[in-house]
Design a protein around this ligand. Sequence first.
Ligand code: GLC
Length: 543
Amino acid sequence: MPGTGSRWWPGATLYQVYVRSWQDSDGDGYGDLNGVIARLDHLEWLGVDGIWLSPTMPSPDDDWGYDVSDYRDVHPELGTLADLDRLIAEAGRRGLRVLLDLVPNHTSSAHPWFVEATGDPASPRREYYVWADPRPDGGLPNNWLAANGDSAWTLDEASGQFYLHNFLPSQPDLNWWNPVVHQEFTDILRFWFDRGVAGFRIDVAHGLYKDAELRDDPPAPSGDLIGGRYGLEQVYSANRPESHAVFRDWRKIADSYPSPRLLLGETWVTLDAMAGFHSEDDELQLTFNFPFIFADFTAKGLAGVVGDTLAALPAGECPVWTSSNHDISRFPTRWAGGDERKARLALLILATLPGTLVLYYGDEIAMTDVTVPVELRRDPMVPGGRRGEGRDRARTPMPWDASPSGGFTADGVQPWLPYGPHAERNVAGQRDDPDSTLNLCRALLALRRREFGGRLVSYEQLAAPAGVWMYRSGDLTVAANFTGQPVPLPALAGGVLVRTGPGGVNAGSKPGSAGAGLALGGADAGSGSAELLGPWAGLVARS
Ligand code: GLC
């Protein structure tokens, strides 16, 4: 394994590979593990430190792998265990660690545990899941809602009891009050860690335990994106304090390896609750920051949530910065509205905050959401089912080149989700253009690795004109203009290293290059002169 330093993730860049949309190696229109191997060179070239693979385990794919039917194997459509072993080895040769996606909140209804639990109510597997009798009037056990807006309870006709599913009816929730479930998962963790998996992204980490009394969830404060679900606050159906003990146990296992394994939680919670999953550096090492993801793309909005995040996290704990994933709109659309200047500014910020950066595939070329026609939609996790506006828009094939198949699959093969405008925006085209977003992203990751690699650097917000966010991150000064006007900046102490505008990638090596940053008076040379920062432009300078 590359660099066996125990805490390699501060300053590191992880990259989420949505396997089904990354590269198809066998011409069936779905990406697969051999496709990931074939494209590892791109990630090495880009300069990332590790990858998180979206679910790779066998699954009926009602929720595209988040409905697992076997926790110790590889989905046959994606490859074999041997392919995954090879992927880990090939990635390791390129200095890349591999994280898998672990889904401990629920299984597929096709998992043998659930098949046994429903087939024989006297089976010990019955207690692996959450069951409840109907109310005396025959009604639902409580008011909990699933992620598609329907009731979280489905009647098991044979037994007359309801089972809980916080997601689809084919994703029954596990019963974490049962110690045997803990044992199953500690064995699963070891199974993969022993194969060289560097860690897990833990799905719905805040959800494992449910209220033992199954009390009704209370109404959510209006407009609550965090912790709220269709008007209810998930106080009892998720977010129970008992889940912390699970992560304390898993952390001990992760830390027992000579190269400690990484636990990265999907924590769709407030900043305070997120900080709670780090606890005393004895639970999750990393947690996804949803308040940051949902912040307004303004100087005030982002500076505020970054300051609050760092204040909330216990000292020494490492924050995570990400802004796209397979569940939400991509940031070049959501934050930038398709304006590439804004997407580049977002990349500059993501790459220069202290902590761990997690990119989503396509972020590096400012890939935007793709409108998927109703008849081609594949995501069922929407009110009313598959025909609604779901998450497909952020899951379309990676555009590698301008060929008809975008380099994703064989020509003439129908991809599982439609292509975006790949003739205009693709990896090959951007590699050839020194001013492209791809080359900017690569320069930022190189700078990040040089400056932050293996370290959690300090952060300090600096005084700045209205609409501008300036901060010091380690030995770097960052200025980001969130307005449509050029803004004069206070004098910079050191030379400019990277700018978001044209010519900005080599700003450090080409003193005087103007780019969208419009250097006045040779700020690149570090003269301390004033600088005019272009509309929606950003720069990184030596402090
Ligand atoms: C997580 C996943 C999402 C999935 C859900 C249920 O939020 O990111 O894609 O649908 O959990 O597993």
